[in-house]
Design a protein around this ligand. Structure first.
Ligand code: PMP
Length: 370
């Protein structure tokens, strides 16, 4: 029974009920569970960069001496370097603890409790999670069977909502937001947040950052987690109208971009040609892996412009396959939701990882009668 002094009475009731975001587990935990060395884990469940960080970023973090000093709350050097990299104005940029931080900040800036935010599943789970934490109502507009957005439905509901979040390429489906769809979304007057966490694997010529100055209601999120292999450092940013950026700079935690992340971002930007080349290699490995997976006969890989491949499994249980892969030290993600029945999402590793992965899948297929 809940008494007056029960701590739960002091907590927002909606948060007591919140299911929470389901994060992926770190390599050492996965290895310990299997009793194998962490270097023997093939971690293909987190869409991380298999090349790791740029050598310049690692050297910069090691060389930095000012870890006893608070970082610049105005993030001046990094915002200016990003502005030069993107060909935009530093006043449009806000950096944070990964793009997750920006999702949270944008939602806190534009919603008051009860406001509606449109989410288009299957997509990244942080959008409805952060919306719920901000006290917003999440309105689901499921994607069509092709995983394209149901733009007509969004147009119908837009008047009653504040913002919409779209990942492009989308996680976990791998498809990009077509330009015509973006134009229609922007015309609704909603705040349109385009999350480009994986854009470097599609080609940055597809980025919509250049459209931001033309549309005050467009926010683009980017991250160093995927392209720059810095997921563990937490470094992301958003590009938006200066008036919104200024509010985000005011409401963020003052030191949300730590010294190590800041120097790593600057060094990674200097190493952009190498990181672009790696992204291109990963895209090539992805396309070869997709062909190998399709060759198994019981896996249908969806076309992907990101660093992962969504796979539909036919006549074989995805969770069972995931567990049998895990027993061999290979970790992938499984989905079993109304929109994604019996699916796996496989992150793209190095070229040399394709063969052991496909061999393990072939063995598991045979074990399960395929
Ligand atoms: N957006 C999408 C679509 C993602 O898949 C992810 C990471 N899984 C993120 C954002 C979060 O990235 P970050 O590490 O920058 O917080």
């Amino acid at each position: 029974m809940r008494t007056r002094t029960d701590i739960r009475n002091m907590i927002r009731p909606d948060l007591l009920e919140l299911p929470g975001y389901v994060p992926i587990e770190p390599t050492d935990v996965l290895a310990a569970r299997l009793g194998i060395a962490p270097e023997d884990v093939l971690k293909l469940d987190g869409n991380e960069n298999p090349f790791g960080p740029s050598p310049k970023a690692l050297a910069a973090v090691a060389a930095e001496r000012n870890y006893h000093i608070y970082p610049d709350p105005d993030q001046r050097r990094v915002r200016e370097a990003l502005a030069a990299h993107l060909g935009t104005d530093a006043r449009r940029i806000v950096c944070g603890l990964g793009s997750d931080d920006l999702i949270d900040l944008v939602l806190r800036a534009v919603t008051t409790p009860g406001d509606a935010v449109i989410d288009c599943p299957p997509t990244f789970g942080m959008y409805p999670f952060c919306a719920a934490v901000a006290g917003a109502r999440v309105v689901q507009v499921p994607r069509l069977e092709s995983f394209a957005l149901d733009v007509a439905k969004v147009e119908e509901l837009a008047a009653g909502a504040n913002a919409i979040f779209i990942a492009s390429p989308n996680n976990p489906t791998g498809n990009r937001l077509p330009h015509e769809d973006l134009e229609r979304l922007l015309a609704t007057g909603l705040l349109v947040v385009v999350d480009e966490a994986y854009i470097e694997f599609a080609g940055t010529q597809h980025s919509v950052v250049p459209l931001v100055p033309e549309h005050d209601n467009l926010v683009v999120l980017r991250t160093f987690s995927k392209w720059a292999g810095l997921a563990g450092l937490r470094a992301g940013y958003g590009v938006m109208a200066p008036a919104l950026a200024s509010v985000l700079m005011t409401i963020k935690q003052p030191y949300n971009l730590n010294v190590a992340a800041g120097v790593a971002m600057l060094a990674a930007l200097e190493d952009a040609p190498l990181l672009d080349e790696r992204a291109c290699t990963i895209a090539g490995t992805r396309d070869r892996l997709a062909a190998l997976l399709a060759g198994l006969g019981w896996i249908t890989p969806y076309p992907s412009e990101a660093n992962f491949i969504l796979c539909r499994l036919d006549g074989i249980d995805a969770l069972e396959v995931k567990e049998r892969l895990a027993a061999r030290g290979i970790f992938v993600r499984s989905f079993d939701t109304p929109a994604l029945r019996n699916h796996l999402r496989i992150s793209v590793g190095l070229e040399r990882h394709n063969e052991p992965l496909v061999r393990a899948l072939r063995e598991i297929g045979a074990e399960l009668g395929r």
